[in-house]
Design a protein around this ligand. Structure first.
Ligand code: 2AM
Length: 186
């Protein structure tokens, strides 16, 4: 029986997320333009991800249970494509993100299914609407009119992971502790 991968501290906040390859993170990183806002805090490329469900702090046993239930959903899902085509902001949170004007049904259904599994364990209310996004920068402020259309970026999503937010001297680091690779069907 393999040892479980989960080893980080219980104080870590955790979340279920799409995981991008280093090459995909490099392509996403190209949308981070520090000249856009000098005061903003730009995420390092290796932190770029798309959160499906934020879980907060959870006991190890809950993380294990949720991950094994998530696998049952993920086993049914083939890889799917996302087309990122707009920059937008959550202005109240001062977040700049890369977004998707037409999120595919596969992504929305996956998010709903994982959120349903997590609901009994969540400590905070879930957002009414899921806005799929890759956060590019925090402390972002701009007079520009958003959303801004950008050169579309199509990425094939093949990995889903359970992540921990780990505090380091260099800031928060998002570390995958369990990863599943979607299997093409047919
Ligand atoms: P964000 O990128 O929009 O900030 C880890 O913090 C991940 O969980 C981030 O992707 C973050 O989204 C997401 N998240 C969602 N709700 C959160 C919350 N209440 N606190 C912290 N992170 C949250």
């Amino acid at each position: 029986m393999p040892l479980p991968e989960i080893s980080a501290s219980l104080n870590d906040r955790c979340f279920l997320s799409l995981k991008f390859s280093p090459e995909q993170q490099r392509l996403l990183h190209a949308y981070q333009q520090p000249a856009f806002c000098q005061e903003a805090k730009w995420h390092p490329a290796n932190n770029l991800h798309l959160t499906l469900v934020f879980l907060g702090q959870q006991a190890f046993a809950v993380q294990q249970q949720l991950w094994s239930q998530s696998l049952e959903v993920l086993h049914e899902l083939p890889p799917f494509e996302l087309c990122f085509d707009q920059l937008d902001q959550f202005s109240h949170a001062k977040v700049l993100y890369l977004g998707i004007s037409k999120p595919p049904a596969a992504l929305m259904a996956l998010q709903q299914q994982l959120q349903q599994l997590a609901l009994p364990f969540l400590n905070a209310p879930v957002p009414e609407i899921f806005v799929p996004h890759v956060t590019l920068a925090r402390k972002f402020q701009s007079a520009d009119a958003f959303p801004l259309s950008v050169e579309p970026l199509s990425l094939l999503c093949t990995e889903v992971a359970l992540y921990h937010s780990v505090s380091t001297e260099l800031g928060v680091s998002y570390q995958s502790v369990e990863t599943y690779t979607l299997v093409p069907k047919g």
